[in-house]
Design a protein around this ligand. Structure first.
Ligand SMILES: [Zn+2]
Length: 381
């Protein structure tokens, strides 16, 4: 099902665009960062807290949810929104990346991926049809096709074979839908080979997908390769449908991709790093396990409006991490997600005002400066 997608502003100095995607669970303002809630939970945070930090879309994962709790439960309760208490838009990944990354005990054939469950050791088959059936049971607003992801260092023949199978699986995914009010996005593959990326875009955009994702990046490629491919890939996708860069990344990655015309992002970094005690701030990353934060009575980020920064000091957060108190990672997760969503809100405002290219350049320079000074401090801490 095609959701209305409107581009409301184009940045005169770059390919950046401001838009909105209307889903049955509300409007997604783009560019958007999607919080990762792999197992129907953004670890440690409640839906009310997600709304509070500005989350617009939550992402669930088909592979994990298929193994536990399984499709029957979602059918019984009427879908993931009701199950987890999140009433905003949701997207489910297809499981393609998990098949790629959990390489033990799995065999991929034309039919699909046969793998052993980590929950009960039984064998499962994740095919394009099984992924769509599971995603329809989960009931997220946006579904993704099952794709074949390969390491970015694979040779061209291997990358081409994976891309061609991804295309065949994409058509099987389209055919497997039963008419639920959900959108289906295709995933472009082709690794770091421009010719393959062009082929992948030409094939997929010939079919009625509701949006297009750029897959197969952040899997062993360099930052320069990722930026080059993102720029060329975004340009190959139709202007009237959302473009989604999967699994990428840091604030600079997001700014570069917005410059290229990408609308949607997801990444585990803000939440996974929070659980390791690392915060993204307007003056670089802060590592709360370091002794240097033990007597630091400043907020995590004086420029941040989140509840963590309003109420707590770095010293308190350091103490929570040292003691293994779960409040520590929760508070830093809230801050990190707020930081990412605030960055996207700033980006949207800058695009609407026609000054995104300048905004992004200044922001990238500032981040670069702080990350370098952080490395110098890190060497002596
Ligand atoms: Zn904060």
């Amino acid at each position: 099902m095609r959701f209305p997608f409107h581009v409301s502003a184009l940045d005169p100095g770059s390919r950046a665009r401001r838009g909105a995607l209307d889903t049955p669970h509300g409007r997604i303002e783009t560019p958007v960062f999607m919080a990762v809630g792999t197992r129907a939970s953004v670890t440690g945070l409640t839906p009310a807290e997600l709304h509070e930090v500005g989350a617009e879309v939550v992402l669930g994962n088909t592979y994990h949810l298929m193994l536990r709790p399984g499709p029957d439960l979602f059918r019984r309760v009427g879908g993931i929104h009701r199950f987890m208490g999140w009433n905003g838009p949701m997207l489910t990944d297809s499981g393609g990346y998990q098949i790629f990354s959990l390489s033990a005990d799995r065999v991929i054939s034309e039919r699909g991926a046969r793998f052993r469950s980590y929950t009960n050791q039984q064998f499962h088959m994740l095919s394009p049809e099984a992924s769509i059936a599971m995603q329809e049971a989960i009931g997220a607003d946006i579904m993704m096709v099952l794709d074949v992801c390969v390491d970015a260092r694979s040779d061209e023949a291997t990358t081409r074979a994976a891309m061609q199978r991804t295309h065949r699986w994409a058509l099987r995914s389209l055919a497997a839908r039963t008419g639920t009010p959900q959108a289906l996005f295709a995933i472009m593959q082709g690794g770091i080979f421009p010719g393959l990326r062009r082929e992948s875009a030409a094939f997929l955009t010939d079919h009625p997908f509701d949006g297009f994702a750029i897959g197969g990046l952040a899997v062993g490629d360099t930052r320069a390769e990722r930026e080059d491919i993102t720029h060329m890939a975004a340009d190959l996708l139709p202007a009237d449908r959302p473009r989604y860069l999967m699994g990428v990344g840091t604030p600079p990655d997001l700014l570069h991709a917005i410059l290229a015309g990408v609308d949607m992002f997801d990444c585990i970094l803000p939440t996974s790093l929070a659980w390791q005690g690392t915060a993204f701030t307007s003056t670089g990353r802060v590592k709360l396990m370091r002794a240097s934060t033990r007597d630091d009575d400043r907020p995590l980020d004086a420029a941040c409006a989140c509840s963590t920064c309003k109420l707590y000091t770095r010293a308190y957060l350091h103490h929570l991490f040292r003691c293994g108190e779960p409040l520590g990672p929760r508070l830093v997760s809230l801050h990190n997600l707020h930081h990412y969503h605030a960055l996207m809100a700033e980006a949207r405002a800058a695009i609407a005002a026609g000054r995104f290219a300048t905004y992004a350049r200044d922001k990238l320079e500032a981040i670069d400066r702080y990350e370098h000074s952080d490395r110098r401090i890190g060497a002596t801490a």
